[in-house]
Design a protein around this ligand. Structure first.
Ligand code: G3H
Ligand code: 13P
Ligand code: ZN
Length: 287
């Protein structure tokens, strides 16, 4: 059942659990996410990045997600979302493709510029019933840096600034930086929990944690306790898919050439990886 992302996130916030927002790139990954959600009776968000829109086509990927969700999980709330839209123009484009939830990511811009474009995006989306997520502070892609010591302070979300940003822009959800990072690379050993609690105290909208692929039992439940309502996962899914293919092709057995057998195994591995994340975040049985 296609459901608004805002409703899914507000329900998680009220219910004291978190949902997974899983990136998809193709039919197999989408089916795996939907089947995992159906099996565990868990609301989920399925999202596509700009690169995926280019790869698969915006209208195509939107309708593929919608069809698969409606067909395989008619009773499960599933939201469809643009992940990390980096310009006002991409937001306009995906809305014309059917998307009703977008992230405008101005987190690498100066605060004033992020604020200005986010405001413009919200104004554009408001009367169209489109939900908007923004990011303040910056959840880095540490693979882009050559590892070494990371100065986490420069990435962190400032709680007071977050309060001002949310009030000024009227966004529906906020992605925060508390020591989380994209990809499977160096994260801050212990997230800045006090910072998360402070942000939760000062703003009233759902809080999103990006870069949750490598967040396990030691971090995710604590973040939920402190008020996070959603975790973004992409790397973990990709690795489940690609590692399965790699095992098939590097094994002693001839894999043959039935694409369905081969991709079917990758799909199954993704489904298991998504189920593990849903359980970790507390989404199981919330439908
Ligand atoms: O957080 C970003 C996602 O992992 C998207 O990555 O731009 O390679 O699709 P991508
Ligand atoms: P990971 O790279 O940890 O999977 O993060 C994904 C993400 O934040 C998508 O927006
Ligand atoms: Zn992200």
């Amino acid at each position: 059942m296609i459901t608004s992302v805002k409703e899914i996130l507000e329900n998680a916030k009220e219910g004291g659990y978190a949902v997974g927002a899983f990136n998809t790139v193709n039919m197999e990954v989408t089916q795996a996410i939907v089947e995992a959600a159906e099996e565990l009776r868990a609301p989920v968000i399925i999202q596509a990045s700009e690169k995926t829109l280019e790869y698969a086509g915006g209208r195509n990927i939107f309708h593929m997600i919608k069809n698969i969700a409606e067909f395989y999980a008619p009773e499960i709330p599933i939201g469809i979302h643009l992940d990390h839209g980096h310009s006002f123009e991409i937001v306009q484009r995906v809305i014309s493709n059917g998307f009703t939830s977008v992230m405008y990511d101005g987190s690498r811009k100066k605060f004033e510029d992020n604020l200005e474009v986010t405001k413009k995006v919200v104004e554009f989306c408001r009367d169209k019933g489109v939900d908007v997520q923004a990011e303040l502070g910056n959840v880095p892609y540490l693979s882009e840096q050559k590892m070494g010591e990371v100065n986490w302070d420069k990435y962190m979300t400032d709680p007071e600034q977050a309060k001002y940003f949310v009030e000024e822009t009227g966004i529906d959800a906020l992605a925060v930086a508390i020591g989380n990072a994209h990809d499977f690379f160096k994260e801050r050993a212990v997230p800045d929990w006090e910072r998360l609690s402070k942000i939760r105290e000062l703003i009233d909208i759902p809080i999103i944690i990006h870069g949750a692929s490598d967040w396990g039992e030691d971090k995710a439940p604590e973040a939920v306790k402190r008020g996070a309502s959603c975790f973004n996962v992409d790397t973990n899914t990709r690795l489940a898919f690609v590692n399965t293919l790699s095992t098939i092709f590097r094994g002693d057995e001839d894999p043959g050439f039935d694409v369905r057998d081969i991709l079917g195994k990758a799909r199954q591995a993704v489904q298991e990886s998504v189920k593990e994340k849903i359980r970790l975040f507390g989404g199981e049985g919330q439908v």
